[in-house]
Design a protein around this ligand. Structure first.
Ligand SMILES: C[S@@+](CC[C@H](N)C(=O)[O-])C[C@H]1O[C@@H](n2cnc3c(N)ncnc32)[C@H](O)[C@@H]1O
Length: 181
């Protein structure tokens, strides 16, 4: 049974095959990064976050691994750090639970990073976004991401939105983007 959006995100992450390079665009506690490492065993996982707390938690959780690199920078600067083609990009948007809610992902930088990530994505590569629209910035971010994605050509990208119709209207949801070329 899929009751929580995070359960669904995990299933979708696990579904992606032959992942050589993966990027966790929002490392936070490092739990998603660890899940990617343990389930997909990518050749290399890059994890971005802007917070010291996220860096500490993620590095503590994962420990030293040859195939893991934490990047303490905004994901909108992805092109400054990664030139390799990417097979999987994962976003868990919003703020780190239990810490400063002002340090949250924001539509402008999220969309800038998405635009760059789409260019770096391999053919058949996938982006998975878990989107939280229950807080003010998250609601704005959700709307602006959808407007941006609405402009992508159908021949180039398959975009799928997954939500729970019998939960609150502001409940989190997932968008998957698959690159066709
Ligand atoms: C909901 S949390 C991520 C949860 C995480 N995936 C986990 O497994 O715990 C969102 C994270 O995005 C980070 N963040 C906010 N703006 C960012 C940016 N521009 N670039 C990278 N990370 C950012 C926050 O610091 C926060 O840790």
């Amino acid at each position: 049974m899929i009751e929580k959006i995070t359960d669904l995100a995990k299933k979708i992450i696990k579904d992606q095959k032959n992942v050589k390079i993966a990027v966790d665009m929002t490392a936070g506690t490092g739990k998603d990064s660890l899940f990617i490492l343990e389930n997909l065993e990518p050749g290399l996982l890059y994890s971005f976050d802007i917070q010291d707390e996220a860096e500490r938690k993620t590095k503590n959780l994962i420990g030293p691994r040859k195939n893991f690199k934490f990047i303490k920078d905004g994901h909108q600067n992805i092109d400054k750090h990664i030139t390799d083609k990417i097979d999987l990009g994962v976003y868990n948007l919003g703020y780190l639970p239990g810490s400063d809610q002002q340090i949250t992902t924001r539509s402008q930088t999220t969309i800038e990073s998405l635009d760059k990530l789409l260019k770096l994505l391999n053919k058949n590569g996938r982006i998975i976004l878990t989107i939280y629209r229950g807080h003010k910035e998250g609601n704005k971010e959700a709307k602006e991401i959808e407007t941006y994605l609405g402009g992508l050509k159908e021949k180039d990208y398959a975009c799928l939105k997954l939500s729970f119709p019998n939960k609150e209207e502001t409940s989190p949801y997932i968008i998957i983007i698959d690159k066709k070329f």
